[in-house]
Design a protein around this ligand. Structure first.
Ligand code: GLN
Length: 487
């Protein structure tokens, strides 16, 4: 069961080999059995899952089902889900029941996908290790002493350990690609504006984008296609046709020009990861691609500019959590100021507070020009680097992360070293480009992802390129022994 693609699950459902209720129960049982080890779910929605599955079975029986009807899914706990707690892994929203569905959730629910539950994450999506959750750290299924990456670590761990066949995440600076890389699964962050942000609790609005975790590119294509598209409720969603991402999967990639940025292979990159990436590029050469060295000269400015822009936007977005309308309110406030201060002081965790302080500082009069405005100018330079590169090449490849999954606790006292791990992922978000991570091998006995960066709205081409690699390799089929199929 756990090795089937979504298309295979769908045809088994249609052929009546098992029902959606049985399939959904199967994953719920796996969650019960394994999630105590992983902590990948914050809320398991058994009742909604089985009700959704029952509906799906009726649709299948009536012949009105689609490609994803009856296949269960999990959502990162920042996608609002009607009537279900949506906590953002924060004490601030521990008691928040969303009154509506995020557009992505709405679309996938309409497509007939039962919801298994809400996955763990770094609080307000701030982090690269999933240790910043009010509900505790998530474990990497390949080594329970190591992090799964973040901030969508719960979704990544759940898909890696086959507790869900597919899950949604969000990527503001790498939070889909990095955990996909660290857990050896496939993850795609589409172009900014491709997927509606309506109902996704905001971290940094000009960078946030929803996307998919699955075992392989073929599965990602199906789900991404279903959740994409213009949404009048999100003013930054782009009014543009969504192509059938599955249609191009088998196109030949003969003659494809792959740009490899020399800045992605400098000091700080683990030598084992470097080797895996070189081998993956060799595989692409065998498939008919041409490798072209390129330069993205402003790569070293991605971390400083992102860590001004993202906290600045976060400080503004998070000002709504003040204990008045919803979320946590402190006990017995003596006056309004005391209520604001203690509700925020008690409701937010350390990393969130750090970001709010950095962001508020960068936006304050007197510092705005020196930090925020400067960072925005650098953002333009970074976008221009990509623009020039895409005049010469079709796609860009490199590592996702400079290192494989690190030990839980290893970096918690040193936020700067945590930020440095985002070096290869942030620039895409600053430019709004789509990116993927696909499993490409192992280093230090842990999975390594290959990053594929496409030009704007070229998700179809990226999925095709990923799928071709997955036709000749089997890294995407590997499952940690402990989470293998029951006999
Ligand atoms: N690690 C980055 C941060 O902490 C990215 C997080 C994300 O993409 N949500 O901001």
């Amino acid at each position: 069961m756990i090795n089937k693609t979504l298309a295979e699950l769908s045809s088994s459902l249609k052929a009546g080999e098992f029902s959606s209720v049985e399939l959904t129960q199967y994953f719920l049982d796996r969650i019960t059995k394994h999630d105590a080890d992983l902590n990948s779910f914050i809320t398991v929605t058994e009742e909604q899952a089985l009700a959704g599955a029952k509906n799906a079975d009726e649709q299948i029986a009536s012949g009105s089902s689609g490609a994803l009807t009856g296949i269960p899914i999990a959502y990162k706990d920042l996608f609002c889900t009607d009537g279900i707690r949506t906590s953002c892994a924060s004490k601030m929203l521990d008691n928040f029941i969303a009154p509506y569905n995020a557009t992505a959730v709405e679309k996938l629910t309409e497509a007939g996908m039962p919801m298994l539950g809400k996955t763990n994450m770094d609080e307000f999506a701030m982090g690269s290790s999933n240790e910043n959750s009010f509900y505790g750290a998530v474990k990497n299924p390949w080594d329970l002493e190591r992090v799964p990456g973040g901030s969508s670590g719960g979704s990544a761990a759940a898909v890696c350990a086959k507790l869900a066949p597919v899950a949604l995440g969000t990527d503001t600076g790498g939070s889909i690609r990095q955990p996909a890389s660290l857990t050896g699964i496939t993850g795609i962050k589409p172009t900014y504006g491709r997927v509606s942000r309506f109902g996704m609790i905001a971290y940094a609005s000009s960078l946030d984008q929803g996307g998919v975790f699955a075992s392989n590119a073929e599965d990602c294509a199906l789900v991404l296609g279903m959740m994409s598209g213009f949404d009048a409720k999100d003013s930054t969603s782009v009014d543009r046709d969504v192509p059938d991402f599955s249609a191009a999967l088998n196109d030949s990639i003969q003659g494809l020009k792959i740009g490899v940025p020399k800045e992605f292979f400098g000091e700080g990159l683990d030598s084992g990861i470097d080797k895996v990436i070189q081998e993956a590029l060799e595989e692409y050469k065998k498939l008919g691609a041409e490798i072209v060295e390129i330069s993205l000269p402003n790569t070293h400015l991605a971390i400083p500019s992102y860590y001004v822009i993202a906290p600045a936007e976060a400080s503004s977005n998070l000002s709504r959590f003040d204990g008045v309308r919803y979320g946590y309110r402190c006990e017995d406030p003596v006056d309004l100021t005391d209520m604001y201060m203690r509700s925020r002081g008690e409701g937010f965790g350390t990393e969130v507070k750090r970001r709010i302080m950095t962001g508020t500082y960068a936006l304050s009069a007197g510092y705005y020009d020196a930090y925020y405005l400067k960072a925005q100018k650098i953002r333009r330079l970074i976008s221009n680097d990509f623009k020039q590169a895409f005049e010469k090449v079709d796609v860009i490849m490199g590592p996702v992360s400079p290192e494989t999954a690190f030990k839980i606790g290893e970096k918690t006292d040193d936020p700067i070293s945590m930020y440095l791990a985002d070096i290869y992922t942030l620039s895409l978000n600053l430019a709004g480009l789509p990116g993927m991570s696909i499993p490409a091998g192992e280093a230090n006995n842990m999975p390594v992802g290959l990053q594929i960066i496409g030009n704007y709205f070229e998700e179809g081409k990226m999925l095709n390129i990923a799928h071709q690699f997955q036709q000749v390799t089997d890294y995407h089929k590997r499952v940690p022994t402990q989470f293998g199929e029951e006999k």
